[in-house]
Design a protein around this ligand. Structure first.
Ligand code: ATP
Ligand code: MG
Length: 586
């Protein structure tokens, strides 16, 4: 791709980035130093995420600093200081303790982004339990599957969610002892308890029990983009990554106002929507509502957001509307925008510069990695379309399988292979729930294989090619969907594209694209041919799509990712597979 690099710092960046010299920081890096910047539990009792995130600030001059600014759908606004969150999460931890819920017990939350969700997360971690957030938009079946597989002991939810999704299956979940209802004032029968009442009766003092850094802290289900979601288990030690990436990638500075648009049901909404900003003692914005272009711009402006973490799906929605926020809103407090979840098309990076007044910094990671692994740091030249470079302390490589048990590192630049990480980083998942064999299969020849294909250029920037499952083999070429999708998006009529391989007796697979057009543009045969011609000119006949179908919306999951496997299954008339995370289309 022929995109010019974007040099960000030092011309316009409004702070001195925490990571100024990449090579030097990597050379001097040690996890011990990062650990020393955290506090640990008093008297050497270990490391607990909630202590690092809240209590240590509540005991400092940040006690009255706003930790959580909650914006309700109806326009309500509530602030919680570090001191208040400490007390509230202590109360929640005491509720659990009082119910006999202890170390390693799983506490699920099924709720919108309400303050209680965040209090429950912290309280569970303090009680050395395992926190597992679920998307409130999940239907009864995905809720049931996860509660069952995750051995839920406690569920915090609303009366409405409970009646709709849980009451009927309650008897089939014998391990689920208690359901805490956030909006009920009195206890009901059958272990249905009023959370407000228990909160009021509980003490605001709590002493966190000894927590080993290797104790399981969070259970997160993957997004289900490629198949049945897997439950990834994370430990308290992961907080080292949340802190380190908060410092070097998010580039948090004191007094920053941070907004991560992800729901905690997706790992981004927990690692960065809960933990990372609080470990840095800054103000974290939580918006209860879902995407709305004007609302979001209003939040950026009125809340003076300085660091914004969002996803390509949201960026494409802005682009689809041909909406340029910087023209109508005062975004001068905004210092940096980050994106994760899917490849960010170069067009998106460039759109950011034009429409938001800032380029967008892409970064890459997975539920399994627990935190950001590869990123375009604020101080670094952005190469649009690239995921960036590995974090200090993270060894990433392109590898090729040599046989079942070994891989070799591909040293030649710009050569496609499997994206691999050297195991051992603090937030590495410690298992897939009830699936030890699958976990072990991820590790080959001393590397963790991510399931993604990528290239590395001569300067150490990584370029996403596609998921191993999505690679198209056509006429002897291996085509990554991302490259084709990015080219299609350069066409002015295209808002979104999903590309699959469609089996063909002659050439293996043909490249087929599904395209959603920008608002106000109607599909026509003429436009279809024009887009095919456009792609051919840019990509060559072998790689350009031979077929294009227009669709009003592409199928996406709740993390906003295009589900190519579903496009493919539908195209081929095959079973659609696990649809538990499919988002209803607007
Ligand atoms: P499942 O594992 O259930 O199929 P998933 O892989 O989408 O779902 P996540 O852990 O949420 O679940 O997503 C991680 C994946 O998302 C990565 O492996 C990669 O394929 C994709 N991804 C995330 N960030 C980026 C990025 N910046 N560029 C390209 N791909 C990305
Ligand atoms: Mg995955």
């Amino acid at each position: 791709m022929f995109w010019t690099a974007i040099h960000k710092h030092p011309e316009t960046y409004k702070k001195t980035p925490n990571l100024l010299d990449y090579s030097q920081t990597c050379a001097a890096f040690s996890w011990d130093t990062i650990r020393d910047e955290l506090q640990g539990l008093p008297d050497g009792r270990g490391l607990n995420i909630a202590h690092e995130a809240i209590d240590r600030h509540a005991e400092s001059r940040l006690r009255d600093h706003v930790a959580l600014r909650w914006l309700g759908c109806d326009g309500a606004k509530r602030d919680f200081t570090y001191g208040e969150l400490k007390a509230l999460s202590n109360r929640f931890a005491n509720i659990l303790k009082g119910l006999g819920i202890g170390k390693g017990d799983t506490v699920f939350v099924l709720a919108d982004r309400i303050p209680e969700l965040y209090i429950a997360a912290l309280g569970t971690l303090k009680n050395a339990g395992v926190f597992c957030p679920l998307f409130s938009a999940f239907g009864p079946e995905p809720v049931y599957q996860r509660l069952k597989r995750g051995d839920a002991k406690v569920l915090m939810t609303t009366g409405h969610q409970y009646r709709q999704k849980v009451s009927r299956i309650r008897d089939t979940l014998p391990k689920l002892k208690y359901v805490l209802l956030v909006d009920t004032q009195d206890h009901l029968e059958n272990g249905l308890l009023s959370m407000p009442r228990l909160m009021a009766e509980s003490s605001s003092l709590f002493s966190i029990p000894p927590t080993d850094p290797e104790d399981i802290a969070v259970l997160h289900f993957t997004s289900g983009t490629t198949g049945m979601p897997k439950g990834a288990l994370h430990v308290h030690n992961a907080v080292l990554i949340h802190y380190m990436t908060g410092k070097y990638v998010m580039d948090f500075h004191p007094d920053d106002i941070f907004w991560c648009t992800a729901d905690p049901g997706w790992v981004t909404g927990t690692s960065y929507g809960i933990i990372a900003p609080w470990v840095h003692g800054i103000t974290n914005i939580v918006d209860e509502a879902d995407f709305d272009a004007k609302r979001w711009c209003h939040i950026l402006e009125s809340q003076k957001v300085s660091v914004w973490y969002t996803a390509p799906t949201a960026i494409r929605r802005f682009m689809r509307l041909d909406f340029e926020p910087a023209r109508s809103y005062d975004l001068h407090d905004l210092r940096v925008i980050h994106s994760v979840g899917e490849p960010l098309n170069p067009e998106g990076v460039v759109w950011g510069r034009k429409a938001m007044g800032l380029p967008i910094h892409d970064n890459w990671w997975q539920t399994e990695t627990g935190g950001i692994m590869i990123a375009n740091f604020p101080a670094m030249e952005i190469r649009p379309g690239s995921m960036g470079r590995p974090l200090p302390g993270i060894e990433a490589a392109i590898v090729r399988r040599t046989d079942k048990d070994t891989v070799e590192v591909v040293d030649e630049p710009d050569t496609q292979g499997d994206l691999a990480l050297r195991p051992g980083w603090p937030s590495m998942f410690r298992g897939y729930l009830h699936d030890e064999a699958r976990y072990r299969k991820c590790f080959v020849g001393g590397w963790y294989l991510t399931g993604d294909l990528a290239k590395r250029d001569a300067d150490g920037y990584f370029w996403f090619v596609g998921r191993a499952d999505d690679i198209i083999k056509t006429s002897g070429h291996m085509v990554g969907p991302f490259e084709v999708e990015s080219t299609l998006m350069e066409h002015p009529a295209v808002a979104e594209a999903g590309v699959i391989g469609k089996p063909d007796p002659l050439i293996g697979e043909i490249v087929k694209a599904f395209v959603a057009l920008k608002t106000g543009i109607n599909p026509s045969e003429e436009l279809r041919l024009e887009i095919i011609g456009f792609a051919r000119k840019k990509l060559g006949a072998a790689v350009a799509p031979k077929e294009i179908d227009f669709q009003p919306n592409l199928p996406k999951n709740k993390a906003g990712k295009i589900m190519r496997r579903l496009l493919k299954a539908r195209e081929l008339g095959l079973p659609e597979g696990d649809l538990s995370t499919l988002e209803k289309t607007e």
